[in-house]
Design a protein around this ligand. Structure first.
Ligand code: HPA
Length: 269
């Protein structure tokens, strides 16, 4: 695996004309932030050696290189999910490559179900912490140096970046929630009993991604900032049928606000 990471990183280093230190992973229905990027290079995942290929509608599967908020950035338009059948090593492969490219700060976004009764559809939730509910750990197996065998996770989501996001949201008059994201394998959305269980376990939002990438980013020593867009509610009395299309539609509506915050964070950080 390490040799493949190196090979892919070398290929990309030769291809890229900039050396970004910030990367963004765009989740379901959130690929539109890509429109805000002054793109210099758009590389389909299928062209990148060793890269898995994204299979789900709404994930176009491109690495974008360009400028956002006046800074050089790298963006993943579409991510790899465990439910697609990829191993955890594949799901987190791009993060390992990013580290080799010199990425120091990672922004992640996702669509998620809200389990906090105070949340509404269309809320932006700044992720303050997570619960790993995946059945396999992304760091299982031989440790990839220089990350420690037993990584600390006491601040998986960088507090300074959270503070900066709060400041920007307040300046712009954008309402934000804060909470714990629980990552679970999917591909089923939750039953009412599962939503209730996750809420009781301490989750404010539930989704099928993000946690593996954030664990690996922390293992690599990156600073992480994450946002959930609440696209449906797993709250007793408010649970209705959910579909991927509805999730995308709800995420679409909130994208500009999320983009606004992230662009300004990148400009200032
Ligand atoms: N559960 C899991 N993943 C999701 C949800 C949900 O309710 N909404 C969007 N992604």
């Amino acid at each position: 695996m390490y040799a493949k990471i190196q090979e892919t990183a070398e290929w990309l280093k030769n291809r890229l004309s900039t050396k970004p230190e910030t990367a963004i992973v765009l989740g379901t229905g959130l690929g539109k932030l890509a429109d805000e990027i002054e793109v210099n290079d758009r590389i389909p995942y299928s062209e990148i050696p060793n890269f898995p290929i994204s299979t789900v509608e709404g994930h176009s599967g491109c690495l974008l290189v360009g400028k956002l908020g006046g800074k050089d950035i790298l963006a993943m338009q579409g991510r790899f999910h465990f439910y697609e059948g990829y191993s955890m090593k594949e799901v987190t492969f791009p993060i390992r490559v990013m580290y080799q490219l010199g990425i120091k700060t990672l922004f992640v976004s996702n669509a998620a179900g809200g389990t906090n009764p105070d949340f509404e559809i269309g809320d932006l939730m700044i992720i303050t912490d997570h619960i790993n509910f995946f059945p396999e750990h992304p760091l299982r197996g031989k440790n990839i140096e220089p990350g420690p065998r037993f990584p600390d996770m006491s601040e998986a989501y960088n507090k300074e970046l959270i503070h900066l996001a709060d400041q920007i949201a307040e300046e712009k008059g954008i309402k934000v929630q804060h909470g714990v994201y629980l990552g679970t394998q999917g591909p089923t959305f939750e039953t009412p009993a599962e939503y209730r269980m996750f809420g009781r376990l301490g989750a404010d939002s539930v989704g099928m991604s993000t946690v593996p990438e954030v664990i690996v980013a922390n293992h690599c020593g990156m600073r992480v900032f994450g946002v959930s867009i609440i696209t449906d509610l797993g709250v007793e009395g408010k649970i209705v049928e959910v579909s991927h299309e509805e999730v995308q539609k709800a995420a679409n509506a909130v994208q500009p606000l999320m983009a606004d915050i992230m662009r300004e964070m990148i400009r200032r950080s």
